[in-house]
Design a protein around this ligand. Sequence first.
Ligand SMILES: *Cc1c(COP(=O)(O)O)cnc(C)c1O
Length: 358
Amino acid sequence: MAGRVFNFNPGPAVLPVEALETLRDNLLNYKNSGIGILEMSHRGKDFEGILNDAEGLLRELLEINDDYAVIFATGGATNQFSMVPMNLLGKGQTADYIITGSWSKKACAEAKKFGEVHIAASSEDKKFSYIPKQVSLSDKPAYVHFTSNNTIYGSQFRSEPQAGDGMLVCDASSDFLHKKIEIKKYGLIYAGAQKNLGPAGVTLVIIRKDWLERTPQGLPIMMDYNTYVKERSLYNTPPVFAIYAVAEVLKWVKKQGLAVVQKQNEEKAAMLYKTIDESAMYKAVVEPDSRSIMNVVFRLSSEELETKFVKEAAARGFAGLKGHRSVGGIRASIYNAFPIAGVAALVEFMKEFERQNS
Ligand SMILES: *Cc1c(COP(=O)(O)O)cnc(C)c1O
């Protein structure tokens, strides 16, 4: 599409053009209803159809059965940091947290406000440059929380940490739906949509229905998972447009096929890591078996050179490559919707930059 650059932003992030075109086309007049998508009632037939689409597609793509509820919430993944322990960490219980970066630290800090927390593993000793292989769980954890992809540090779990079936709580904000996962391992999965799934404004939650009984009495109504499940995410006005956008992204994923999307994600990441590993200029910061296929983080020999890299890249139409302010360096976020042609172009640019600056 004319004028669009290769967008490596970590989130909000690039979305499939096909989905964006559908959103645009329905902005003024949704499916010839005479009312635009931003203007319609959340209690009408049209939005009911959208909600059914979004939930149905998600259940289909990830084979989510009836033991689980699907919720569309607001407040971002950050609000889930609080809702998870408020609902699931009962009196006298301990929740286990695996600490692999800034987001899991924040999640853990919230849990400490509501109950006992046990750190089952941490990679903070080496600046979060790896995913811990061993976890030591507490006696009878209420749940085991982990962050599947560390958006800032660029590390990712290859497979789930060991815990009993249905015990895992996962912040999957930055890699949700990058591949098929086995839902039965999880008690709860949450994801802010704005990385791999849609625009900002909606947060997806999948929760074991039998866990809904754990919620203590007296929680604020919007902090109680039961409110969302009982009212099908319609207790109050949900983020109508964001949910519509998620539904369109899900249609796009289905059209590609989730297995194809996964393969492309792996290919895109492999292209970048190969370029980094074969170069004398670029250094990956994460151990090979822990590297993220969503956020590729690397460094150059000096901050000056990194600044020059980002600046020249931007001039060539590669946006959003600056690393997170807390770690610096370069970060290429290559979520589902990021085109492989953009990765190939970046690889060419990286090689050229190395030739000219070494
Ligand atoms: C971005 C991000 C968050 C924060 O999401 P918000 O929707 O801004 O609250 C939490 N966890 C992970 C892994 C993220 O990438």
